[in-house]
Design a protein around this ligand. Structure first.
Ligand code: SF4
Ligand code: SF4
Length: 210
Protein backbone atom coordinates (compact mmCIF):
# COMPACT_ATOMS: atom_id res chain seq x y z
CA UNK A 1 0.00 0.00 0.00
CA UNK A 2 1.40 3.40 -0.92
CA UNK A 3 1.82 5.93 1.94
CA UNK A 4 -1.18 8.13 1.12
CA UNK A 5 -0.83 10.49 4.09
CA UNK A 6 2.82 11.18 3.33
CA UNK A 7 2.13 11.74 -0.35
CA UNK A 8 -0.75 14.11 0.35
CA UNK A 9 1.37 15.98 2.90
CA UNK A 10 3.95 16.72 0.20
CA UNK A 11 3.81 20.54 -0.13
CA UNK A 12 3.99 20.29 -3.92
CA UNK A 13 0.69 18.43 -3.82
CA UNK A 14 -0.88 20.09 -0.79
CA UNK A 15 -0.32 23.62 -2.08
CA UNK A 16 -1.32 23.02 -5.67
CA UNK A 17 -4.70 21.40 -5.27
CA UNK A 18 -6.90 24.33 -4.34
CA UNK A 19 -10.34 22.95 -5.12
CA UNK A 20 -9.77 22.03 -8.76
CA UNK A 21 -13.03 22.65 -10.61
CA UNK A 22 -12.10 20.32 -13.46
CA UNK A 23 -12.50 23.14 -15.98
CA UNK A 24 -9.85 21.73 -18.30
CA UNK A 25 -8.02 25.01 -18.93
CA UNK A 26 -4.77 23.31 -18.00
CA UNK A 27 -5.37 20.59 -20.59
CA UNK A 28 -6.39 23.10 -23.26
CA UNK A 29 -3.08 24.95 -23.10
CA UNK A 30 -0.77 22.05 -22.19
CA UNK A 31 1.81 21.51 -24.97
CA UNK A 32 2.30 17.88 -23.91
CA UNK A 33 -1.41 17.25 -24.56
CA UNK A 34 -0.74 18.07 -28.23
CA UNK A 35 1.74 15.23 -28.50
CA UNK A 36 0.41 12.54 -26.18
CA UNK A 37 -2.89 11.11 -25.07
CA UNK A 38 -2.45 13.16 -21.94
CA UNK A 39 -4.44 15.56 -19.75
CA UNK A 40 -3.14 17.38 -16.67
CA UNK A 41 -6.79 17.68 -15.62
CA UNK A 42 -6.90 13.88 -15.38
CA UNK A 43 -3.95 13.93 -12.99
CA UNK A 44 -5.72 16.47 -10.80
CA UNK A 45 -8.85 14.32 -10.85
CA UNK A 46 -6.94 11.25 -9.65
CA UNK A 47 -5.40 13.29 -6.84
CA UNK A 48 -8.84 14.58 -5.81
CA UNK A 49 -10.26 11.03 -5.77
CA UNK A 50 -7.77 10.09 -3.04
CA UNK A 51 -7.94 6.48 -4.14
CA UNK A 52 -4.74 4.56 -3.36
CA UNK A 53 -5.13 2.01 -6.18
CA UNK A 54 -5.80 4.68 -8.80
CA UNK A 55 -2.88 6.78 -7.59
CA UNK A 56 -0.51 3.80 -7.56
CA UNK A 57 -1.60 2.91 -11.09
CA UNK A 58 -0.97 6.49 -12.22
CA UNK A 59 2.50 6.58 -10.65
CA UNK A 60 3.32 3.20 -12.23
CA UNK A 61 2.45 4.38 -15.73
CA UNK A 62 4.03 6.43 -18.51
CA UNK A 63 1.42 9.13 -17.88
CA UNK A 64 3.32 11.18 -15.32
CA UNK A 65 6.39 11.33 -17.56
CA UNK A 66 4.64 13.06 -20.48
CA UNK A 67 4.63 16.50 -18.80
CA UNK A 68 7.36 18.86 -20.05
CA UNK A 69 7.39 20.89 -16.80
CA UNK A 70 6.79 24.15 -18.70
CA UNK A 71 4.32 25.38 -16.02
CA UNK A 72 1.95 27.00 -18.52
CA UNK A 73 -0.83 25.31 -16.54
CA UNK A 74 0.11 27.22 -13.40
CA UNK A 75 -0.14 30.57 -15.16
CA UNK A 76 -3.70 29.99 -16.39
CA UNK A 77 -5.45 27.89 -13.74
CA UNK A 78 -8.39 29.88 -12.29
CA UNK A 79 -7.69 28.26 -8.90
CA UNK A 80 -3.94 28.93 -8.97
CA UNK A 81 -3.22 25.24 -9.07
CA UNK A 82 -0.06 23.95 -10.69
CA UNK A 83 -0.65 20.51 -12.16
CA UNK A 84 2.96 20.52 -13.38
CA UNK A 85 4.19 20.81 -9.79
CA UNK A 86 1.81 18.07 -8.65
CA UNK A 87 3.22 15.87 -11.42
CA UNK A 88 6.74 16.72 -10.32
CA UNK A 89 5.84 15.42 -6.85
CA UNK A 90 4.26 12.28 -8.29
CA UNK A 91 7.47 11.60 -10.21
CA UNK A 92 9.42 11.89 -7.00
CA UNK A 93 7.10 9.47 -5.22
CA UNK A 94 7.12 7.11 -8.19
CA UNK A 95 10.91 6.94 -7.91
CA UNK A 96 10.95 6.84 -4.13
CA UNK A 97 8.49 3.93 -4.03
CA UNK A 98 10.12 2.09 -6.93
CA UNK A 99 6.97 2.36 -9.07
CA UNK A 100 8.81 4.04 -11.95
CA UNK A 101 10.27 0.67 -12.88
CA UNK A 102 6.87 -0.52 -14.10
CA UNK A 103 6.66 1.78 -17.12
CA UNK A 104 8.98 2.26 -20.12
CA UNK A 105 9.19 6.03 -19.67
CA UNK A 106 9.73 5.57 -15.95
CA UNK A 107 12.68 3.26 -16.59
CA UNK A 108 14.23 5.93 -18.80
CA UNK A 109 15.00 7.77 -15.55
CA UNK A 110 18.10 5.61 -15.25
CA UNK A 111 19.45 6.92 -18.56
CA UNK A 112 18.65 10.48 -17.48
CA UNK A 113 20.42 9.93 -14.19
CA UNK A 114 23.45 8.35 -15.87
CA UNK A 115 23.76 11.14 -18.43
CA UNK A 116 22.22 14.45 -17.34
CA UNK A 117 22.67 13.73 -13.63
CA UNK A 118 26.32 12.79 -14.11
CA UNK A 119 26.97 15.84 -16.31
CA UNK A 120 25.49 18.22 -13.72
CA UNK A 121 27.46 16.60 -10.91
CA UNK A 122 30.78 16.50 -12.72
CA UNK A 123 30.65 19.53 -15.04
CA UNK A 124 27.79 21.74 -13.87
CA UNK A 125 25.99 21.38 -17.20
CA UNK A 126 22.99 19.21 -18.17
CA UNK A 127 24.44 18.64 -21.61
CA UNK A 128 28.04 19.22 -22.65
CA UNK A 129 29.56 18.66 -26.09
CA UNK A 130 32.43 16.62 -24.63
CA UNK A 131 29.87 14.05 -23.42
CA UNK A 132 28.13 13.75 -26.80
CA UNK A 133 30.80 11.66 -28.51
CA UNK A 134 30.17 10.04 -31.87
CA UNK A 135 31.06 6.64 -30.37
CA UNK A 136 28.18 6.89 -27.88
CA UNK A 137 25.82 8.97 -30.02
CA UNK A 138 26.23 7.98 -33.68
CA UNK A 139 22.67 9.20 -34.25
CA UNK A 140 24.05 12.75 -34.08
CA UNK A 141 25.31 12.34 -37.63
CA UNK A 142 28.10 13.93 -39.69
CA UNK A 143 27.13 17.55 -38.93
CA UNK A 144 27.70 16.89 -35.23
CA UNK A 145 31.02 15.26 -36.04
CA UNK A 146 32.02 18.42 -37.89
CA UNK A 147 30.94 20.56 -34.91
CA UNK A 148 32.98 18.39 -32.54
CA UNK A 149 36.00 18.79 -34.80
CA UNK A 150 35.51 22.58 -34.82
CA UNK A 151 34.21 23.21 -31.32
CA UNK A 152 36.30 26.31 -30.60
CA UNK A 153 35.49 27.89 -33.97
CA UNK A 154 31.75 27.23 -33.58
CA UNK A 155 31.64 28.62 -30.05
CA UNK A 156 33.59 31.69 -31.08
CA UNK A 157 30.70 32.56 -33.42
CA UNK A 158 28.38 32.92 -30.40
CA UNK A 159 30.98 34.48 -28.09
CA UNK A 160 31.39 31.13 -26.36
CA UNK A 161 34.20 30.38 -23.95
CA UNK A 162 34.16 26.62 -23.99
CA UNK A 163 36.06 24.96 -21.14
CA UNK A 164 37.94 28.15 -20.30
CA UNK A 165 37.92 30.24 -17.15
CA UNK A 166 35.97 33.49 -17.07
CA UNK A 167 32.55 34.46 -18.42
CA UNK A 168 30.74 33.28 -21.53
CA UNK A 169 28.61 30.38 -22.74
CA UNK A 170 30.00 26.91 -21.93
CA UNK A 171 32.70 28.40 -19.70
CA UNK A 172 34.42 26.12 -17.25
CA UNK A 173 32.39 26.05 -14.05
CA UNK A 174 34.71 26.98 -11.16
CA UNK A 175 35.43 24.22 -8.64
CA UNK A 176 33.85 26.27 -5.85
CA UNK A 177 30.55 26.48 -7.76
CA UNK A 178 30.72 22.78 -8.57
CA UNK A 179 31.12 22.02 -4.89
CA UNK A 180 27.99 24.06 -4.18
CA UNK A 181 26.04 22.15 -6.83
CA UNK A 182 27.20 18.84 -5.33
CA UNK A 183 26.25 19.97 -1.82
CA UNK A 184 22.76 20.85 -3.05
CA UNK A 185 22.40 17.49 -4.78
CA UNK A 186 23.56 15.70 -1.66
CA UNK A 187 21.65 17.85 0.83
CA UNK A 188 18.33 17.59 -1.01
CA UNK A 189 18.56 13.80 -1.28
CA UNK A 190 18.93 13.83 -5.07
CA UNK A 191 22.04 11.63 -4.94
CA UNK A 192 20.28 9.08 -2.72
CA UNK A 193 17.35 9.05 -5.14
CA UNK A 194 19.68 8.58 -8.13
CA UNK A 195 21.39 5.66 -6.38
CA UNK A 196 18.01 4.17 -5.54
CA UNK A 197 16.91 4.42 -9.19
CA UNK A 198 20.08 2.62 -10.28
CA UNK A 199 19.62 -0.15 -7.70
CA UNK A 200 15.94 -0.65 -8.58
CA UNK A 201 16.79 -1.09 -12.27
CA UNK A 202 19.72 -3.44 -11.54
CA UNK A 203 17.64 -5.55 -9.15
CA UNK A 204 14.76 -5.76 -11.63
CA UNK A 205 17.12 -6.79 -14.45
CA UNK A 206 18.65 -9.44 -12.18
CA UNK A 207 15.20 -10.79 -11.25
CA UNK A 208 14.26 -11.03 -14.91
CA UNK A 209 17.46 -12.88 -15.76
CA UNK A 210 16.94 -15.49 -13.00
S1 SF4 B 1 -7.08 24.62 -14.84
FE1 SF4 B 1 -6.98 24.41 -12.60
S2 SF4 B 1 -9.10 24.21 -11.91
FE2 SF4 B 1 -9.06 23.84 -14.13
S3 SF4 B 1 -8.88 21.60 -14.33
FE3 SF4 B 1 -6.81 22.43 -14.40
S4 SF4 B 1 -6.09 22.36 -12.27
FE4 SF4 B 1 -8.32 22.15 -12.20
S1 SF4 C 1 3.77 21.83 -16.76
FE1 SF4 C 1 3.24 19.86 -17.68
S2 SF4 C 1 1.05 19.66 -17.34
FE2 SF4 C 1 1.55 21.83 -17.09
S3 SF4 C 1 1.23 22.74 -19.12
FE3 SF4 C 1 3.40 22.19 -18.99
S4 SF4 C 1 3.54 20.15 -19.87
FE4 SF4 C 1 1.36 20.51 -19.40
Amino acid sequence: MIPMDEIYADPRIRENMNACINCGVCTALCPAADYYDYEPRYVERIILMRNADALEELMSSDYIWYCGQCMSCKARCPRQNAPGTVISALRYWSQKLGLFIRSPKGRQQLIIKQNIGKNIYELGYCVHPSRLTMEEHPEQGPVWQWILNNLEKVHALVDGNIDKNGPGPMRKIPEESLQEIRSILEGTGAIDLWNQIEMEVINTDNDQNC
